[in-house]
Design a protein around this ligand. Structure first.
Ligand code: FEO
Length: 171
């Protein structure tokens, strides 16, 4: 059974994961109307789907442990970006914020002596390492490319092979 503190903290993470999905969905929609970046667009759509999966995994866990997962309302995310680089920079900053939030949850689980939740959260810890590394890698590439269109063309081609999400979330 989840403690009230643990349940509230997990529900706060439901909001963060769902909001992340909205943030990347907005990036996807913006990218879709930019010319020539179809694969970058798909990347954002896939990333948005992954975040929804992260949210659902939390919802199921809370409910299965005798709690109640509260479905939150979301804020409207940033809708447009000055450039592709700005969008990916925002994505990296967002993931860093999510990692901090997951680490905080792990802390709470330990304080509550809730070892089942602590164990459950290890998947998110691993996931955040991968997501941050991926976001940093794309940002590094964009820094090299600068404003060159040919570089953006190559990034759009290469991003096809990038898998978002790392470990597959259990159903
Ligand atoms: Fe689910 Fe990208 O954090």
């Amino acid at each position: 059974m989840l403690s009230k503190t643990m349940q509230d903290a997990l529900n706060a993470q439901v909001l963060i994961e769902g909001q992340s999905s909205q943030v990347y969905l907005a990036m996807a929609s913006w990218a879709e109307i930019q010319p020539g970046i179809d694969n970058i667009t798909s990347f954002f759509y896939r990333h948005s789907d992954e975040e929804r999966e992260h949210m659902l995994k939390l919802i199921h866990f809370i409910n299965e442990r005798g709690g109640f997962a509260v479905i939150p309302s979301f804020e409207q995310p940033q809708l447009t970006f000055p450039s592709i680089s700005h969008a990916f920079k925002t994505l990296l900053e967002h993931e860093i914020m999510v990692s901090e939030s997951i680490n905080n949850l792990v802390d709470i689980a330990l304080k509550e002596k809730d070892y089942a939740t602590h164990n459950f959260l290890q998947w998110y810890v691993a996931e955040q390492i991968e997501e941050e590394a991926l976001a940093r890698n794309i940002n590094d590439k964009l820094e090299l490319i600068g404003n060159e269109k040919s570089g953006l063309y190559l990034l759009d081609r290469d991003i096809l092979n990038v898998s978002v999400g790392g470990p597959t979330p259990p159903q």
